[in-house]
Design a protein around this ligand. Structure first.
Ligand code: DAT
Ligand code: MG
Length: 147
């Protein structure tokens, strides 16, 4: 017997930032995503171009940590992934934990694996889209025709 129809799954953009890749945490982050039951549907290891970072972090332009953030995000390869599942936008934000790794709860990626290094920008291992609209915009930056 077939299952009842359900709504289509949501998508989010996850990035293992250069600190996560450098520290060998890519597998651990993807393990947590998959262990939660979400599906990795696209995956790329790349070094970000400055236009991609300007588009990705446009909302932060002008803030004191913007320059250090863009410099940090270009400091080495990152891993970008499209992750799918119902509620995945909020679900991955929950797995990631609070922006500040000192405040991030134990059990979260940032809480378990991140710390404050006394730098001008927080190095917090992962990025996750903050809304469905951000997810579509960001997926286009990293996986679209111009990526
Ligand atoms: P998030 O990544 O949790 O969505 P955000 O979009 O507000 O956080 O900021 C983007 C990144 O910039 C964040 O992951 C770490 C860094 N950052 C944010 N606020 C900061 C601050 N006040 N000082 C230093 N770095 C900061
Ligand atoms: Mg954000």
């Amino acid at each position: 017997m077939s299952q009842p129809e359900t709504t289509a799954p949501d998508r989010t953009l996850v990035i293992v930032k250069p600190d996560g890749v450098r520290r060998g945490l890519t597998g651990e982050v993807l393990r947590r995503v998959e262990a939660k039951g979400y599906r990795v549907v696209e995956l790329r290891l790349l070094t970000a171009r400055s236009e991609q970072l300007a588009a990705h972090y446009a909302e932060h332009e002008g803030k004191p940590f913007y320059g250090p953030l863009v410099e940090f995000m270009s400091s080495g390869p990152l891993v970008a992934a499209v992750v799918e599942g119902h509620g995945v936008v909020q679900g991955f934000r929950s797995l990631a934990g609070a922006t500040d790794p000192t405040a991030a709860a134990p059990g979260t990626i940032r809480g378990d694996l991140g710390r404050d290094w006394g730098l001008k920008v927080q190095q917090n291992i992962v990025h996750g889209s903050d809304s469905a609209a951000s997810a579509e915009r960001e997926i286009d930056i990293w996986f679209g025709a111009g990526a």
